[in-house]
Design a protein around this ligand. Structure first.
Ligand code: ATP
Ligand code: MG
Length: 303
């Protein structure tokens, strides 16, 4: 089943700003979907619409088969949303906050405590469990917000910039937790982020937004194929025949672009035949970041 379905969604704010222009996409259950795009692209607007926080101007949406506008309350039992402003209580400790929100979702005190402590541990907050939220640092607060979002084991998770402002170590633990949720509990994760390197590590599908339009949709491989029609290869060699069309990166290191993988053995043979000692051949894959910039610069037709 598709966890999220969006059809021809449009959002025009009252001031007249068209924040979403005819967006259609589906996110199958269990997917970690990276929703990417520059500032003002429409990512947060989409998350708010999918959570019934905003009403659409036009179009259709379903989350777990439910309409976020008319069935918000029912939907919120099975979804979790993390936005910039997660309301929690400053004078409560970390675990008290989690217990409180767990009970709001109908969990018992004991259940919310067990689940809460488990999440605190996964997010590196065990030592801060009994500390009042008002003494938390920004990054600690952010991790606690994520724990709060996860307390009731949501089936669909909406995360708007969950790791911005986190140090690399905390970012890693958040990413590990998200992967675990997706693998072990089949949680669908709709992830808005600017951290492309981390997104590439965990997402299996992507949507790229720009200025209210969806520029591209698909897996990394699909986006790669769509964006670049060639491969790249780095060769380290002491001799590089000038007849071969290479780009020198630094001493003894050269980059090649080619269309077909079958060209590689010929290339290596030509270097060796002309006296080159090859010490390393490294295929280069275009990263999500390469693809992101290429697609944005290309200003492709929207899907
Ligand atoms: N409440 C609002 N009223 C009017 N316009 C808004 C409102 N919220 C957002 N917008 C506009 O809608 C567009 C999309 O904003 P949105 O917050 O969805 O972008 P975003 O992709 O989340 O950007 P960012 O990466 O900066 O978080 C922007 O042009 C923004 O100025
Ligand atoms: Mg945003």
């Amino acid at each position: 089943m598709d966890a999220i379905e969006i059809k021809q969604l449009e959002k025009i704010y009252t001031e007249g700003k068209k924040a979403l222009d005819d967006i259609s996409l589906v996110v199958p259950e269990g997917t970690i979907f990276g929703f990417l795009g520059p500032n003002g692209a429409g990512k947060t607007t989409t998350v708010k619409l999918l959570n019934g926080i905003l009403n659409p101007t036009r179009g259709e949406m379903r989350v777990l088969g439910l309409d976020p506008v008319s069935q918000a309350e029912k939907l919120h039992q099975s979804t979790g949303v993390l936005t910039e402003h997660a309301g929690m209580y400053d004078h409560f400790s970390g675990i008290d906050n989690l217990r409180f929100f767990g009970q709001l979702f109908g969990m018992t005190k004991a259940e919310s405590e067990t689940r809460g402590m488990e999440l605190l541990e996964k997010l590196g907050l065990t030592d801060a469990a009994e500390v009042k939220l008002k003494s938390y640092s920004t990054g600690m607060r952010q991790r606690l917000s994520l724990a709060r979002t996860l307390i009731h084991r949501p089936k669909v998770l909406f995360l708007d910039e969950p790791t911005s402002g986190l140090d690399p170590e905390s970012t890693k633990s958040v990413n590990e937790l998200l992967l675990e949720l997706s693998k072990e509990e089949g949680t669908t994760i709709f992830l808005c982020t600017h951290q492309l390197r981390y997104a590439q590590e965990i997402c299996n599908e992507y949507g790229l937004m720009d200025n209210g339009q969806l520029l591209a949709l698909g897996s990394l491989e699909q986006l790669r194929r769509r964006t670049f029609d060639h491969y790249k290869l780095i060769i380290e060699t002491d001799v590089m025949p000038p007849s071969l069309n290479s780009k020198r990166i630094r001493e003894n290191v050269y980059e090649f672009s080619f269309q077909e993988k079958a060209e590689v053995p010929q290339l290596v043979k030509a270097i060796v035949q002309q006296g080159g000692n090859i010490s390393q051949v490294t295929p280069m894959d275009y990263s999500l970041e390469d693809i992101y910039f290429a697609l944005l610069e290309g200003g492709e037709e929207h899907v």
